[in-house]
Design a protein around this ligand. Structure first.
Ligand code: PMP
Length: 312
């Protein structure tokens, strides 16, 4: 049985509220049509005692892009967005526990695109520190919706209906996550992350035009690969390339870089020499152990540094 955390506070309507008071009306479009856009963001404790949130400005910009596409007004400046997050995380953060937060714009007023009003809501959850464990991955019979139906490049909850069905399908197959193919039968992405595969030492991933979210972690992974001397190529990927890949991984804010131990019931090699290097580099960079110029961290003002970290 899944146990979801019930943190003490939620940011909603411009202030912190008790968890049980953070409710939406059944009549609003956020409920009737699932109308919202959101971002999942992650914050890590740093060796110098600060709490660093990864790529916050990039998440804000993607939130605005998602909102623009769905005609949802986003009246919050970056500073207002940041201060809402600081307020909630500052109230909930605990020593040595990292956090994942969902920042959403829920449509609370309006009808079929007229008089649309949104509210910025932030929920934040504690996260364990251990690196992600390797998983069994399947390929779903459910497909990613096409760009002319529900555009996958943006982050809106309705895009996750297919992913939910794929996860249910995967559970019966013993798979912790599933790949969704696009309308052309090629690899789009997993249910909450992007797909990476390795062939002959190079990393391949499909571009967003293949039906994937415009991922921020994927951009970081590309930068880390390049500075580690690993070729990184974005191109369409056939389903059967998954079956002949040397290594497979998933990347995303929450997935970090998760290694895959089997694909559709076929075991992959025990070692993932290329992706495990990238996984280690990613975790070192977001945790501030070995900083990387591509990995931008925004520090929670209430947590001050205690000693200097190494910049690379
Ligand atoms: N695809 C989907 C469907 C996702 O939910 C996520 C997680 N946000 C990603 C890809 C990876 O995106 P990001 O690196 O920006 O977290």
């Amino acid at each position: 049985m899944v146990q979801l955390q019930k943190p003490k506070f939620v940011y909603m309507g411009g202030k912190l509220r008790a968890w049980d008071e953070a409710v939406l009306h059944v009549g609003c479009e956020a409920v009737t049509r699932g109308l919202n856009v959101f971002e999942g963001i992650k914050g890590y404790w740093q060796p110098d005692g600060r709490f660093g949130i990864v790529m916050l400005r990039h998440h804000y910009e993607r939130l605005r892009r998602s909102a623009r596409l769905l005609h949802i007004p986003c009246d919050w400046t970056y500073e207002e967005y940041q201060s809402a997050i600081f307020e909630l995380i500052g109230a909930l953060v605990e020593p040595a526990r990292d956090m994942w937060a969902r920042t959403s714009l829920y449509v609370i007023e309006g009808h079929w695109g007229e008089g649309t009003v949104a509210d910025l809501v932030v929920t934040a959850y504690h996260q364990d520190k251990q690196p992600p464990q390797p998983i069994h991955l399947g390929v779903s019979t459910w497909r990613r919706s096409s760009d002319v139906a529900l555009p996958a490049r943006i982050k809106t909850s309705t895009n996750y209906q297919g992913g939910r069905l794929a996860r249910i399908e995967g559970r019966f197959l013993g798979c912790q996550d599933m790949v969704l193919l696009n309308e052309w039968g090629r690899v789009a992405e997993a249910t909450g992350s992007c797909v990476l595969l390795v062939r002959d030492g190079a990393v391949y991933t499909p571009p967003a035009t293949e039906g994937a979210l415009e991922s921020i972690t994927l951009n970081l992974t590309e930068a880390l690969a390049r500075s580690s001397g690993i070729d990184f190529v974005r191109r369409p990927i056939d389903r059967t390339e998954l079956l002949v890949a040397d290594e497979i991984g998933l990347c995303g804010t929450l997935a970090e870089l998760t290694l895959v131990k089997s694909i559709q019931g076929r075991s992959l090699l025990e070692e993932s020499p290329v992706l495990s290097v990238l996984q280690a580099r990613y975790l070192e960079a977001v945790r501030g152990i070995i900083r990387h110029s591509a990995v931008e961290l925004t520090f929670l003002p209430s947590c001050q540094p205690v000693r200097r970290v190494v910049d690379r």
